[in-house]
Design a binder for this molecule. Structure first.
Ligand code: 5GP
Length: 197
């Protein structure tokens, strides 16, 4: 079993609605040593792709994205979920939040993303794909190039991974959950090749 799968089994809690709570290391309290290992894996997977920017979405993706940005030595942009007066002209996309059950607009300031950029998206979860598709929409508006998507935990029983892979987008998920059994408190993972040493 991979280390991330062991952590999820040990520390994850299954909530109603197919939501996995990993607040003890990823979504509230952060385990920097462990998250840094995830960043190492994405670095190894994408290091030959000339990544120039990393994009994530606030708030839970930021820690992972910053640690990954440190490896690539490139800027990290987090899409903002609200517009404030101190933000310039923005690219926008409408996304639906799986955990909040509401739609909202994400924003990235235009000056931070150009057509010369080669972008890696990093996020904590992939469920139905709305957050990732919103970030891809913004990358397309800027005519930037999407290198791929790095996800910590993909819920493989939801459609996001299939939607992205059907579009020939490279998705590198460090753990893919096949099923979660709320009553038995069991999480089953998809068998995957070990991605990196
Ligand atoms: P999607 O847009 O792919 O449907 O959902 C991805 C986003 O919703 C992630 O950025 C994450 O914040 C949140 N999310 C989706 N499923 C879960 C889950 O099971 N647990 C947690 N903690 N967040 C989730």
């Amino acid at each position: 079993m991979k280390e991330i799968e062991i952590e999820i089994q040990k520390r994850g809690k299954i909530l109603p609605g197919n939501v996995l709570k990993v607040n003890s290391f990823l979504n509230h309290q952060l385990d920097p040593v462990f998250l840094d290992k995830m960043a190492d894996q994405w670095y190894n997977l994408f290091k030959n792709d000339n990544v120039t920017k990393i994009i994530t979405i606030e708030a839970s993706g930021i820690a992972l994205a910053v640690l990954t940005g440190l490896k690539f030595k490139v800027p990290v942009i987090f899409a903002k979920k609200s517009e404030s007066s101190n933000i310039g002209k923005t690219y926008k996309s409408l996304i639906y939040s799986y955990t909040r059950h509401q739609s909202f607009v994400i924003n990235i300031e235009k000056e931070f993303l150009t057509s010369d950029d080669r972008v890696l998206i990093i996020d904590d979860f992939l469920a139905n794909g709305s957050a990732t598709l919103g970030m891809i929409d913004i990358i397309n508006q800027a005519n930037a190039h999407l290198v791929g998507v790095g996800i910590a935990i993909e819920k493989g029983f939801q459609e996001g991974g299939k939607i992205l892979r059907d579009k020939k987008i490279r998705v590198e998920s460090l753990a893919i959950i096949d099923s979660m059994d709320d009553e038995a408190k069991k999480i089953h993972f998809k068998e995957m090749e070990k991605v990196v040493d």
